[in-house]
Design a protein around this ligand. Sequence first.
Ligand code: FES
Ligand code: FES
Length: 153
Amino acid sequence: MTSYELNVNGTTYPIDAEPSRNLLSVIRDQVGLTGTKEGCDDCECGACMVLLDGQPVNSCSYLAAQAAEREVTTIEGIMTTEELAPIQQNMLDAGGVQCGFCTPGMIMSATALLARTPDPSEEEIKIGLSGNLCRCTGYAKIFDAIKETVVSL
Ligand code: FES
Ligand code: FES
């Protein structure tokens, strides 16, 4: 076991875990935030995407201990008030959420994209979300939600 502190969404959590535990499992099982999803567990689907110091990472393939001393942001952390963040609301309004399993990861990648590219082109949106797979929507409505968020910011 190893002990360290994890800063998730601005709160510091003391963690005791095997050194091999991935960030996804620690976030879900020890921190208790279950919005981040486990899909492939092999760095393929993006369902587990979180931000690490603002950069999107697949938390299934990142050692939790390596995230100590860094800022982890999950889907639960992008709401600044009791209301949904604009990208969350726009995903719902545009019909970009069907089964919803990909949605947290999509939103985290979109959040990182919009932070570095506030007015992305269609091509930049596709590249920004290229690490996230969706089996339900065909992606068009997700892209619409991102474009709508650009307009509303
Ligand atoms: S669960 Fe991490 S990339 Fe699929
Ligand atoms: S909404 Fe079902 S996988 Fe994307």
